[in-house]
Design a binder for this molecule. Structure first.
Ligand code: DAH
Length: 345
């Protein structure tokens, strides 16, 4: 009869040949299963004489334990191999070049605004911000444009619920800012003392019912206001010339004032500028409305037009950005096309 040591050896061999857990279970059945070899040996015990039974039983048990140990070892080996395989499949090749996240950039209009703020900031102008949904009073009436005023038809206004409008220009910020400034310094005015001058720009979004290559229903303006006791057109000219020269980084640039009409200024002027060189050289380009603040507007600010005088201007930011960056169609700014926008990173 085969010695138990040989049986154990065969079991070890069979287990080693199993390369998957399922094959290992099959191999186990051959030795330890219900009709396995060791089980059969156990069944035979009953037919042995009592004195042999004990020794034989001990031998079978020892063999069974050895087979079970071999089985457990093989199970573990297979599990480890499986894990190693899985780890290799999921491993990262850290030498691959990384996938980069695209870096963002500021929108060209935002860039233009920041330039404008920095330039006027350097000339002592405050920067103010205000609501885009505006009351009729601030957008029109306080700016000397009452309900029946013909100039109202100059603006194609978006009306919103409650009689409000989407502001058609940044000019309402003149009133909002001045009223706050005057309130803050009321005690000086009441005592007949000079008030610190109002010097502010207010950039932001504006809206009109208009859409083509040079007009968008949403566009950007910045308002400028300088009010004091002795402010004149001469100051307006030097400020505006200083601004365009800084904005376009060129001293080779001229501006001119062309008579115009706005209800909130008297006299009023369009500001044109001309490049002395480059592709736009020699053509007058309209860049801003401007004028001396109308006495009624000065009154609506809470000031006395006999004592306070000033100038204001309102310029299109999109237009300035188009000129600065050489963009021919305004709509590019608002289409959200990354091929266009990424050029400004
Ligand atoms: N608000 C005017 C517009 O949008 C522009 C303007 C003209 C603003 C003259 C001013 C100004 O401050 O003085 O057409």
């Amino acid at each position: 009869m085969e010695a138990f040591s040989q049986l154990v050896e065969r079991a070890g061999l069979a287990f080693a040949q199993a390369t998957t857990p399922a094959e290992l279970e099959d191999a186990k059945a051959v030795f330890l299963g219900k009709s396995g070899e060791l089980t059969a040996q156990m069944k035979l015990l009953g037919s042995l004489p009592v004195d042999e039974k004990k020794a034989r039983g001990a031998e079978i048990n020892a063999a069974k334990q050895q087979v079970e140990t071999l089985l457990a070892d093989r199970r573990q080996a297979l599990a480890e191999a499986e894990l190693a395989l899985q780890l290799r499949a999921e491993s990262l090749d850290v030498t691959l070049p990384g996938r980069r996240r695209g870096s963002g950039g500021l929108h060209p209009i935002t860039r233009a605004m920041e330039r404008i703020e920095a330039i006027f900031g350097s000339m002592g102008f405050d920067v103010a911000d205000g609501p885009e949904i505006e009351t009729d009073w601030f957008n029109f009436t306080a700016l000397n444009t009452p309900a029946d005023h013909p100039a109202r038809s100059m603006h194609d206004t978006f009306y919103v619920e409650g009689g409000h409008v989407l502001r058609t220009h940044t000019s309402p910020m003149q009133i909002r800012y001045a009223v706050r400034h005057v309130k803050q310094h009321r005690h000086l005015l009441d005592a007949g003392l000079p008030m610190p001058e109002i010097r502010v720009i207010a950039p932001g979004r504006t809206y009109r019912v208009d859409s083509d290559a040079t007009h968008s229903p949403m566009f950007h303006q910045f308002e400028g206001l300088w009010v004091g006791e002795a402010i004149s057109f001469k100051d307006l000219k030097s400020v505006y010339l200083g601004f365009v020269r800084a904005f376009f980084e060129s001293d080779d640039l001229r501006i001119r004032f062309r008579p115009s009409y706005f209800p909130f200024t008297e006299p009023s002027a369009e500001i044109d500028m001309m490049f002395g060189s480059g592709p736009m050289q020699g053509r007058w380009l309209e860049v801003s409305g401007s004028g001396q603040v109308h006495p009624q507007v000065i009154r609506n600010m809470g000031l006395d037009p006999e004592r306070h005088i000033g100038f204001a201007f309102g310029s299109g930011i999109d237009r300035l950005a188009m000129l600065r960056y050489g963009v021919s169609d305004l709509r590019h700014f608002f289409d959200g096309d990354l091929r266009f926008l990424s050029q400004f990173k």
